[in-house]
Design a protein around this ligand. Sequence first.
Ligand code: 5GP
Length: 210
Amino acid sequence: METIDRRGLMLVLSSPSGAGKTTIARRVLAEDTGITSSISHTTRERRPGEVDGKDYHFVDKKTFNRMRDEKAFLEWALVFDNFYGTTRAPVDEALSAGRDVLFDVDWQGADSLRKEAEGDVVSVFILPPTAGALAERLKARAQDSDDVVARRMAGASNEIRAWEKYDYVLVNFDVEQSVAAVHAILAAERLKRARLTGLEGFVKGLLADL
Ligand code: 5GP
């Protein structure tokens, strides 16, 4: 299919833990070949089933600090006592090549990314349909200890308070519906004039041929 050259966009997804963000993100990544996931660096312990280099780059604090000092991160944050960061180079490369990148970051990460790259960021906040649904999902995820679950519940109100800063807010009543909404957001945002770097040349050529 012929298209006009464009700059890639940064799809930033945030939500309190347990709102279904990971499920939605996985589906979007599987169904849309134009977008890939940014793989963060973290000092958090690897959960069972997580793969180094796929889910995260798992690093120790010393490595994380060194990377931070070398300005390798586009943004970084301390979330529940662990450091998380997004490296700059793969993002720059993807955006210039017209490929979109999905970021699963907390509200602090979203704030930093907006500051660093406002024109490229499309931010989506995912809310749980009820507080009970959030608690259920967190408990069902048996990988975390009771203590971690309790702290994540407490952290949820903090995260939810950031909802007004996002371009789009989805209430995750139904995964299918939410996934469809993210596809619709992507489809429209990809057509934004400001991202279509090839448009000026195209119009010039069109006018020259008239
Ligand atoms: P988890 O430990 O459950 O994988 O992630 C905990 C929180 O850290 C989630 O809210 C997730 O969005 C956030 N997070 C993951 N990677 C990054 C990152 O690179 N930067 C920031 N700021 N937050 C991140």
